[in-house]
Structures are given as C-alpha cells and as structure tokens.
Design a protein around this ligand. Structure first.
Ligand SMILES: [Zn+2]
Length: 362
C-alpha cells in the first residue's frame, strides 16, 4: 500500500506493518508501559503512546531514507521504501561499482539512527522524566539506539553485514568470495539468535525470546537467499539468456481457439506460447490465461486472452542470464520471453529451465 512520496521515493507499507504498529502503540500505552508515571488519563496515554509509535516508525523511515538517498548519490536507482513487520527495506536496483559505495550506503542507516538517538536523548534530558514528552523521547532514544546497534551486527544482509561484506570485498578484491564469507558469518549469527531466543523464551520472557528467534529465522532465510543468488551467479557466470532459455512451443495464430491452444500447450509440456500473426509477435498466452475461460465456452480466441506485446517484459538473446532470472523474479511471471532483434521469440527463460540446465552442466 502506497502511503506517500518523499524526495521522489515512493513509500509503501506492508500489511504486516499495521500489526507491529498496533503492538508498539499498545505496548507504549499499557499500564506497564513507559508512559505509566506521567500521570496521564487512559485516553491521553493512548494518544501519547500512538504518537510515540508514529515517531518511532518515522525514525525507521529516516533510517531507510538515509540508505536510499546515499544510494541515489552513488548512482543506484531507488524503486521504493517499504515498511514491514521487521522494520524497513530500501529497494535498490543497479549494482555497486565499488566496495566503498556499498559500505557507505549500508553504514549511513545505523548512523542516522545513532544521530536520532542522540537528539532524542538530549530532548529527554531537557524535558525530564516526569513529563509525558520526556518519557516519550526517553523511549525514542532507546529505540533508535537499539535500531543502530542491532543493524550494525555483522549478520549479512543486515547493514553491519553489508559493511563487513564491503570490507572483505575491498580487502580481497573478490566480490563473490566476500558474499560467501559474509553470508556464512551472517547465517551463523542467525542460528545463535534462534538458539538464544528459544532458550530465553523458556527461561526469561516467552514473547521476547520468541521474537528474537523469529528475527533470527528471518535473517537466516535472507542470508541463504543472498548466498543462493551469489552461487547462482557463479554457476551462470558468463551465460546468456539464450543459452539458458527453453525452446518455445510452436506459436499460435490470434484466432486459435482457447481449447486448441490448451491442448497444444499440454501436449508440449510448456506453460506459455507466443501469439504471432504474419511473423509479428502480438503477445503471449499462458496456461493460466487459458484457464480463465470456461471449458464449455466455444470459440474464445487466444487473442482475447493473451498479454499484449507492449505489456510484456522480455530480454535480448545476448543479455546476462542472471539478470534475466532476476527480472523474471521481479515480474512475478513464470516465464520471460527471449526476443531477438527481428521481434521473434527464440525461447523462454523459466526457473525450471535454468535449474535443469544447471543440473545437466554439473
Ligand atoms: Zn538499514
């Protein structure tokens, strides 16, 4: 859900964020929360609690904006910032040209949180521990300090892990090796967090322990995804989209009926085919497009079900195979057509096709 735009960057919130916002607001407003000694009535406490929660998430957003703005200065594209249950993510596209670029982009996030922590600390000292604002800023400096410290853990892909990654990259000159080392260290830290979380859940606080284990699990998955990307990159090194693409089935004419097209696709064992007229590509029709038609609806033609050519993302035959896979993941489709200069489809890049190709070459 898009909620706004700052410095030309779209800000989105994930539905899971609403949950964490309510939990934080409730935690701050409850009888046992940090505002309990301010002498507020219950509605006032809820108002202050919610405002404090909003300021906390504004701090998270500031942390992400710091990443995004420095990334933009370093020549990367920032597609959006998303706030979700574990904090925020700056979605960056493009590649770091140097280790120092990566290091700085990662470092400014925790730096921003540390600066905010210092500002809120000064404010809380000035306002005193008995006013609602003093207690609220007191909570905010601690929360921002925790954010800075947690994100500086050298657990890739946390910010600290990325700084660590950039340092190894700088030292060895080998980016892929740096990713392997940083993900291995990150995954080890994640496992320690999960184990510690489970231990604390039974010996100290069930909720806090479980939360730590949950974050550890999330980190572990994220680290594994990064390591996978990196080893996939190594395995696909230098290959092009056309070498990993599967042969397309024979194309359909626009007036091919949906039932004929379904049968032809099922026979070929493929999920999609081009729709072509006079050698010109009109669009792509997939099994799921065809499944939208009622089996008994006669005479529905593929041209009315296909995704038209101007809505299709495609790659050139000589483009990088790993980039093609990443584009495929971004589009959310099952296949990415490989289109040559003449506008003809020479193949489809699919996840299964690439895995098969890798299995054959090993
Ligand atoms: Zn960060």
């Amino acid at each position: 859900m898009r909620v706004g735009r700052i410095f030309g960057i779209d800000i989105y919130i994930d539905p899971s964020w609403i949950l964490i916002f309510v939990v934080v607001a409730w935690m701050l407003s409850s009888d046992a929360g940090p505002l309990r000694s301010a002498g507020l009535s219950t509605p006032e406490r809820w108002l202050f609690g919610s405002l404090t929660a909003l300021l906390f998430f504004a701090s998270v957003l500031a942390h992400e904006l710091a990443h995004s703005l420095v990334a933009r200065m370093r020549g990367l594209n920032v597609s959006r910032i998303t706030l979700f249950i574990f904090g925020g993510i700056s979605q960056l596209t493009g590649d770091f040209k140097s280790a120092t670029g990566e290091g700085w982009v990662a470092f400014v996030g925790p730096l921003c949180s540390a600066v905010l922590a210092a500002l809120f600390y000064v404010a809380s000292q000035a306002l005193g521990a008995h006013s609602a604002l003093g207690l609220s800023t007191g909570y905010l400096w601690q929360a921002n300090a925790a954010l800075a410290v947690f994100n500086l853990l050298p657990a890739y892909p946390l910010d600290g892990g990325k700084v660590f990654h950039s340092l190894i990259w700088q030292a060895t000159g080998d980016r892929r090796r740096a990713t392997q080392i940083a993900s291995a260290v990150g995954q080890s830290i994640a496992i320690v967090m999960i184990a510690l979380g489970i231990f604390l859940a039974f010996t100290w606080s069930f909720i806090n322990g479980l939360w730590l284990a949950f974050i550890g699990w999330f980190l572990f998955q994220a680290g594994r995804a990064e390591a996978y990307q990196s080893s996939l990159g190594a395995a696909l090194g230098g290959q092009t989209a056309s070498t990993v693409a599967t042969m397309p089935p024979p194309p359909f004419r626009p007036d091919t009926t949906a039932s004929d097209a379904t049968q032809a696709l099922l026979r070929s064992g493929q999920r999609a085919a081009a729709v072509v007229s006079d050698g010109r590509l009109l669009g792509i029709v997939t099994l799921s497009d065809l499944a939208r038609v009622h089996v008994n609806a006669p005479g529905v033609q593929v041209s009315s079900l296909m995704t038209p050519v101007d809505k299709i993302k495609s790659v050139a035959p000589d483009s990088d195979a790993l980039q093609a896979l990443n584009l495929l993941a971004q589009t959310g489709f099952h296949q990415l057509p490989v289109v040559d200069q003449a506008g003809g489809i020479t193949g489809f890049v699919t996840r299964e096709g690439v895995l098969q190709r890798l299995a054959l070459s090993n």
